[in-house]
Ligand binder design. Structure first.
Ligand code: SF4
Length: 230
């Protein structure tokens, strides 16, 4: 996946970003390639971001590492036992997810954080493959409205019969699914819980649309859902 070049606009943008580093990062050797997902392969919680940040994950080489959204996300994951450290600034800082896995709607940073519809489609097969490989997922947390909509679309493509669902913060949806159609397993009726949240972007966190307690509540809900099921 790191060699993927399906989106020429994004390939060109990543080159441009690494050729015009801000002063504070001028000593960094930017990753500037598609970003792999990461986490616990046996995870029960799947977090779906939108796209890497040009000066964040695209610089450090790991999703959310080194950017402000990541600071919020990793802190919340740490508070509820899904991570071993409250933040991650570099790829080699021993940060690890426990029972959690982080992926994204697209894997190359887009200009102004806005991917084009065709870029989202180009990248979708990677997410669909992950849904096959991550066999223990019980809770999905898409970050923000676009990740929510695209997660629903991918789940429908995997055969889940999901009605139109409204986006908002802190909504919980139970999706009944026949595993086997969904994740290469013998047929088995399971429930996947979808928990919605506003994206921890600076636009949301600096305006107070999303507060720390609101965001932490999402991962508290995820933790409680796992307790109910275990
Ligand atoms: S966004 Fe996805 S599909 Fe497009 S070039 Fe990057 S990895 Fe490939």
């Amino acid at each position: 996946m790191v060699r993927c070049r399906k989106c020429p606009r994004l390939v060109a943008y990543l080159k441009q970003v690494s050729n015009h580093k801000p002063k504070r990062y001028r000593d960094w050797d930017y990753w500037s390639k598609p970003l792999p997902s990461f986490g616990d392969p046996d995870a029960r919680v799947l977090i779906v971001g939108l796209a890497p940040a040009a000066q964040g994950g695209n610089r450090t080489g790991r999703m959310f590492t080194g950017d402000r959204s990541g600071e919020w996300l990793f802190n919340a994951l740490y508070q509820f036992g899904f991570a071993n450290q409250p933040n991650s600034l570099r790829r080699d800082d021993d940060f690890k997810l426990n029972d959690g896995y982080i992926t994204a709607t697209i894997r190359c940073a887009p200009p102004k954080n806005k991917p084009l519809p065709e870029e989202i489609e180009n990248c979708r097969p990677y997410f669909l493959k992950e849904l096959d490989l991550l066999k223990n997922i019980k809770v999905i947390v898409p970050l923000g409205q676009i990740a929510f909509a695209q997660t629903l679309k991918s789940l429908r493509l995997k055969g889940l019969d999901i009605p139109p669902l409204p986006f908002g913060h802190g909504k919980i949806f139970s999706l009944r699914t026949l595993y086997g159609r969904f994740m290469n397993r013998p047929y088995e009726l399971r429930t996947i819980t979808l928990i919605t949240t506003y994206h921890p972007s600076q636009q949301n966190t600096q305006t107070g649309k999303l507060t720390r307690p609101m965001f932490h509540q999402i991962f508290k809900l995820a933790r409680n859902k796992l307790k109910v099921r275990s």
